[in-house]
Design a protein around this ligand. Structure first.
Ligand code: OGA
Ligand code: NI
Length: 355
């Protein structure tokens, strides 16, 4: 895929723009009026559900109640926060610290990891290769944790010196957490406990980390840190900034600002689970706003199906009343769309609809 070899224009890191103390942002980052965060009400309530995963280890009744809470959250929001998730708070603190440290390094140090649109792996800013596209006010670092065959720690930051080890430990914990969530989701869909995982291709799942860094922005009302999109993969567990809000979730015509609970992960359904569940659960659009006073850091952990495995609605969720809504596709084929076009709301999963 030739168009994915290189970026169509030289990549400018938003952090460099932000550090240059501009008072106005370049036109390239200015969204059309209807897409600006100031053009909506920015509804503050209601909130996405907060679910205590501790219930899974208690009696049968608590376990059932937890699974029901997940099912409700998936149907009504596509998003929820989890607490008591088993990931060590100390590890969470350390992983935030190493990534803050990475983004504080001199630009030349970070540029050594500059990414390209073929794999996206490394330090980048834009998503999509469409020339002249309006860009988002954010930089990121993207890396693969699974499958082992494509994991390459040489592509992860060597500095701060504890980065590679901490990211690996964090990744291991997140894979465990997502494995648990997959079981919960599977039961909540009326499937056997391991069926959703099997539909993901068994043990050969993919896992990647996208560390988002949203620098301060002199005109936050004109731009977005990340444009509306649904996550293309299976399941996302986001570690949001511990101080600065910015994530908004679509609810009808409104954008609801998520109020992160301390120590929680924000979990959301990706397009692959929408397809596998025959739209019983839907991926929900979200976006990120930026602000003038504070930078923001978030870690999005993506748990994805095996990349060459056909993903289609699971047999039990297809009935004469509810025929399969999507054609089979592999995640490899699917994510080419995002890699080429950048964040485009929910257009990709909609385009898969069986005729
Ligand atoms: C993402 C994402 C949200 C955030 O990386 O896909 O939606 O708060 N991030 O940074
Ligand atoms: Ni996302």
């Amino acid at each position: 895929m030739d168009c994915l070899q290189e970026w169509p224009e030289p990549v400018v890191h938003v952090q460099a723009l932000s550090d240059s103390a501009l008072t106005t942002i370049p036109d390239l980052y200015i969204k059309p009026p209807s897409e600006r965060p100031s053009s909506d009400k920015g509804v503050a309530t209601p909130h996405i559900p907060v679910i205590d995963l501790g219930g899974l280890a208690e009696g049968a009744a608590e376990c059932r109640a937890t699974i029901c809470a997940v099912a409700d959250a998936c149907r009504s929001w596509g998003f929820f926060q989890v607490v008591n998730h088993g990931v060590s708070p100390d590890l969470v603190r350390k992983v935030r610290e190493v990534w803050r440290g990475f983004f504080r390094l001199p630009m030349a140090e970070k540029q050594a990891y500059a990414n390209n649109p073929r794999t996206y792996e490394g330090y980048g800013s834009r998503v999509g290769v469409e020339k002249g596209a309006i860009l988002d006010w954010g930089d990121y670092f993207y890396l693969h944790l699974l499958p082992e065959s494509i994991k390459n720690q040489d592509k992860w930051p060597a500095l701060p010196s504890s980065c590679r080890q901490t990211v690996q430990e964090y990744g291991d914990e997140m894979v465990k957490l997502c494995g648990t969530l997959m079981k919960v989701l599977s039961i909540s869909l009326g499937l056997d406990v391991d069926q959703l995982q099997a539909a993901f291709g068994g043990d050969d799942v993919g896992a990647c980390l996208r560390v988002n860094y949203y620098p301060r922005c002199p005109q936050p009302e004109l731009t977005l840190g990340l444009s509306p999109h649904s996550d293309p993969g299976g399941l996302t567990a986001l570690l949001a900034d511990d101080c600065v809000k910015g994530l908004q979730v679509r609810r009808g015509d409104d954008w609801v600002t998520v109020q992160p609970v301390a120590g929680a992960f924000i979990v959301n359904i990706g397009d692959q689970i929408q397809i596998l569940s025959n739209a019983k659960y839907k991926s929900v659009e979200h976006r990120v706003t930026v602000n003038a006073a504070q930078e923001r850091l978030s870690l999005a952990f993506f748990y994805n199906p095996r990349s060459d495995w056909p993903i289609a609605p699971v047999g039990q969720l297809v009935t004469p009343q509810r025929p399969p809504l999507y054609q089979a596709t592999t995640f490899d084929e699917y994510r080419m769309h995002v890699r080429k076009n950048g964040p485009t709301g929910k257009t990709q999963v909609e385009s898969l609809k069986a005729i």
